[in-house]
Design a protein around this ligand. Structure first.
Ligand SMILES: Cc1cc2nc3c(=O)[nH]c(=O)nc-3n(C[C@H](O)[C@H](O)[C@H](O)COP(=O)(O)OP(=O)(O)OC[C@H]3O[C@@H](n4cnc5c(N)ncnc54)[C@H](O)[C@@H]3O)c2cc1C
Length: 438
């Protein structure tokens, strides 16, 4: 029983892309592979930043206009400021600001205003004795970076949210602004609609190969899509890999990861699909309107879903429990064994919940350090990456898109310094790990 996130969201405007069966252009300046939220955000920002209107010819290639496996439309739609890496906090702050003013950025003349269905609601992280000191450190980093977060004692948690069982909770952190959830499809489609209105060309097809010129460094010269409705290779100056959970397939086509061991070419892009389940539950006596996006230290999370006593609930599996990724089937036993017991012990009223539906989606999981990989590959001097966001790519897409456009058009980051999130950290074996990742 699989469900798209957008189906579960009341009022969501999800619908498949219209397919335009036109031949792709023979040449483009920039080809973006992947028409998820990341690809379309980058496309929008490239047009936004081009110095001469029409100066940069951008093509977005998407293989699946129904988005049946795209992480974007299967995500939980959350945005939080509560990260431990300053880069992620800054990405969240900038993206939240963008979303607050979305109609100024992405509004299209004579079309309906964009309604992201943003539910403003803080994330409430609960910490046990073992991790309370990490929460305190994270809190200082967050405040220093400009995020509005407060620390709560168990008594304060109980006062604010009397339905929470605070046994085992030593400390909590609660987001005071810029946190909540929204409709992922609306954001993706708003980027897409605006980018197309600015001249970006969308193309339906699967990129299955590249023509590469090999010199001191390799250069992609042509993108091939034999599976497009109308086949035509596209010559290009720059390629952006925004293929989400499947972005390592593209780098494998270029031989990345197949070079001699201990050489740069022998290091694969460390991104792979990891299946995550989201369960929609009904509990009429549940926490209701004042419910935060709660993240328990057991890893279980839940948030309200609409106003009818529905909630979405989930938890990432342990490394050893990672499910098969050959399909998007839901494991209902996982809910019974690994989610519900922890959830009901934290929020006892959830003993009475009923599972209404569920879906699964793929995280674009970065096995190296579970954070985005942004920037150029050291061996291919015209392929840029925006991938590996592992569960927080949707919320960061506005600011990441802008940063990738800066790298491409200005040659360096001009607003946020994201150089730490480049491919080089993988070569240097210097992971950028989040503490308290979900
Ligand atoms: C269950 C779940 C919950 C999540 N919750 C959150 C959350 O609360 N907040 C948050 O910020 N993030 C969340 N995420 C993560 C977030 O959804 C992703 O990080 C983000 O959507 C990645 O966007 P993307 O555009 O890179 O990938 P995608 O949306 O997957 O888009 C990539 C696109 O590339 C296309 N493609 C792939 N290969 C090719 C090819 N060879 N040729 C042409 N097209 C190709 C695919 O068809 C796909 O449409 C969640 C993810 C899941 C699965």
């Amino acid at each position: 029983m699989r469900k798209k996130a957008s189906d579960a969201l009341p009022g969501s405007s999800w619908s498949p892309l219209e397919i335009t069966p036109n031949l792709p252009p023979e040449r483009a300046d920039i080809v973006i592979v992947g028409g998820g939220v990341m690809g379309w955000s980058i496309a929008y920002w490239l047009k936004q930043k081009e110095r001469v209107r029409g100066g940069v010819k951008v093509v977005v290639v998407e293989k699946d206009p129904k988005y049946s496996q795209a992480s974007t439309v299967l995500s939980a739609g959350g945005i939080r400021q509560q990260f431990s890496l300053p880069e992620n906090i800054h990405l969240s702050l900038a993206s939240a600001d963008f979303m607050r003013n979305i109609n100024e950025h992405l509004g299209v003349l004579d079309e309906d205003p964009i309604d992201l269905q943003f539910n403003q609601s803080g994330y409430l992280f609960l910490a046990s004795e073992q991790v309370a000191h990490i929460m305190e450190e994270n809190y200082s980093t967050q405040r220093y970076a400009g995020a509005k977060v407060s620390l709560l004692s168990p008594t304060q948690v109980k006062e604010k949210f009397p339905w929470i069982n605070t046994d085992g909770v030593v400390l909590a952190s609660y987001g005071l602004e810029n946190e909540g959830w929204f409709d992922p499809w609306t954001l993706l489609n708003a980027f897409r609609r605006k980018a197309i209105s600015m001249g970006v060309i969308q193309c339906c097809g699967e990129v299955t190969g590249f023509v590469v010129h090999v010199g001191i460094m390799a250069r992609v010269e042509q993108v091939q899509m034999p599976n497009s409705l109308e086949y035509q290779p596209v010559e290009c100056a720059i390629v952006v890999n925004a293929a989400g959970a499947f972005s390592a397939k593209l780098t494998a086509m270029l031989g990345i990861g197949f070079g001699p061991k201990d050489s740069i070419g022998g290091i694969p892009l460390p991104v792979e699909p990891r299946k995550r389940y989201v369960y929609v539950v009904h509990c009429p006596d549940g926490p209701g309107l004042d419910s935060p996006f709660l993240i328990d230290y057991s890893g279980v999370y839940f948030r309200r879903e609409g106003l009818g006593g529905n909630y979405i609930v989930g938890r990432s599996p342990e490394e050893a429990e990672e499910p098969d990724t050959s399909n998007l089937e839901v494991d209902h036993q996982f809910f019974e064994d690994k989610v519900w017991p922890n959830l009901a012990s934290r929020v006892p009223v959830f003993e009475k919940l009923k599972v209404k539906s569920a879906w699964a989606g793929f995280y674009d999981y970065n096995t190296f350090d579970q954070n985005g990989i942004i920037g150029m590959h050291p061996l291919i001097n015209n392929m840029y990456f925006a991938t590996g966001f592992s569960g927080h790519g949707l919320q960061h897409s506005p600011a990441v898109g802008r940063s990738v456009a800066e790298l491409i058009l200005d040659g360096n980051f001009t607003t946020l310094n994201l150089s730490g999130l480049g491919f080089r950290r993988i070569l240097a074996n210097e992971p950028m790990l989040e503490k308290n990742i979900v």
